[in-house]
Design a protein around this ligand. Structure first.
Ligand code: AN7
Length: 356
């Protein structure tokens, strides 16, 4: 028997350390985040008028969302700075990710979530990772304001995307897209909630162009839910509403970053309705085998909307699939009448039930 060679080190800090603000004192923690698949659309592409449609499957990260990419950097830097505890406000995915990396690093974590508006799987994750869960009587925007003030008064590190280390980590997805395609795509389609991710991708694409990892930059197409579309409307939304609870955000912290990404790239930020989001959600599962959460389907809903309006002409687009559908089982169940047949546990019984 030959000795197995040591597996290569994985994770954002190992893979992308050279473009991250690491020091010799930064602990290289990892749950194997990053290096997510970029897969070509099998069937939706033909509905869009695009030459190529690709999906960046950020749902394949360890806690099931893109948040892990930035959280690993934020938590490593918090540990480096001597923090014993971290805090975030969250519509669910940030809290799941923060709680996981805190557990991994021996930190205490506190998460503020809008009571009654977080998908069940995300709450299950936060609880399993042993976080101190605070359900606030208010929405995400109010929870974030409270988290900002609390972390300025107490020795607890804030790990929302207002923490620049989160943006640094999340920009690595743009590097991976450029590497996988050999260049930047023509269009990057992405859901927009608190607007950290569109800000991070734009930073990443800018850096890739600067150092010759790409010859161009994409137009950034951001999509908000129609009931939670402050950037589209140009004013905060006091009572945001949408089935896509992850992006039920009325006052995005990175508002300026999102509009800069839009304007500097010649892109757009538009709204998609809950019906359009759920149509894309069902198409992604039924026609592509990709079970994402509703917020993630907003990127594809947006491309389909632009296509219907005759505003997409060729080119290569990447849609970011930000989170896993397993996180929100209630929306899944509400969308389908399951095709279930009862039968005795015999060959004859199943044949009879199927009418064979
Ligand atoms: C699946 O977890 O804001 O525009 O607190 O979970 O960077 O906020 C989640 C946001 C898109 C929007 N898709 O990204 C949180 C949170 C999914 C998300 C977004 C979120 P940003």
């Amino acid at each position: 028997m030959t000795a197995a060679s040591a597996p290569a080190q994985r994770g954002v800090l190992h893979r992308w350390g050279a473009v991250l603000p690491l020091t010799p004192a930064t602990p290289l923690i990892s749950l194997g985040e990053g290096d997510t698949p970029l897969v070509r659309s099998a069937r939706i592409e033909a509905l869009t008028g695009l030459d190529e449609l690709w999906f960046k499957l950020e749902m394949c990260n360890p806690t099931g969302s893109f948040k892990d990419r930035g959280m690993v950097v934020a938590v490593a830097k918090a540990v480096e700075a001597g923090a014993r505890a971290i805090m975030c406000a969250s519509t669910g995915n940030t809290s799941a990710s923060a709680a996981a990396y805190a557990a991994r690093s021996g930190l205490e974590s506190f998460v503020l979530v809008p009571g009654g508006n977080v998908a069940a799987g995300k709450l299950a994750q936060a609880i399993a990772f042993g976080t101190r869960l605070i359900e606030v009587d208010g929405n995400f925007d109010e929870a974030l304001q409270a988290a900002r003030e609390l972390t300025s008064r107490h020795p607890v590190a804030l790990v929302n995307s207002v923490n620049p280390h989160r943006i640094e980590g999340q920009k690595t997805a743009a590097y991976e897209v450029c590497e996988a395609l050999g260049d930047a795509p023509d269009v990057l389609a992405i859901p927009v909630g608190n607007a950290g991710n569109i800000t991070a991708y734009w930073k990443g694409f800018g850096e890739c162009a600067e150092v010759g990892r790409s010859s161009t930059h994409p137009r950034m197409f951001g999509f908000q839910a129609a009931g939670a579309a402050p950037i589209v409307l140009g004013v905060p939304v006091e009572h945001p509403q949408t089935v896509a609870s992850a992006i039920r955000i009325g006052k995005p912290a990175s508002w300026a970053g999102a509009t800069a990404a839009r304007d500097e790239s010649g892109g757009l930020i538009e709204a998609v309705t809950d019906d359009e989001i759920l149509e894309a959600y069902r198409l992604l599962a039924g026609k592509e085998g990709i079970f994402c959460e509703p917020a993630s389907a907003a990127s594809v809903a947006g491309l389909l909307k632009l296509s219907r309006e005759g505003r997409l002409r060729g080119g290569r687009a990447v849609a970011v699939i930000t989170g896993n559908g397993l996180k929100d089982p209630d929306t899944a169940v509400s969308q389908y009448k399951p095709d279930v047949t009862r039968a005795p546990a015999t060959v004859a019984g199943v044949e009879r039930a199927l009418g064979w």
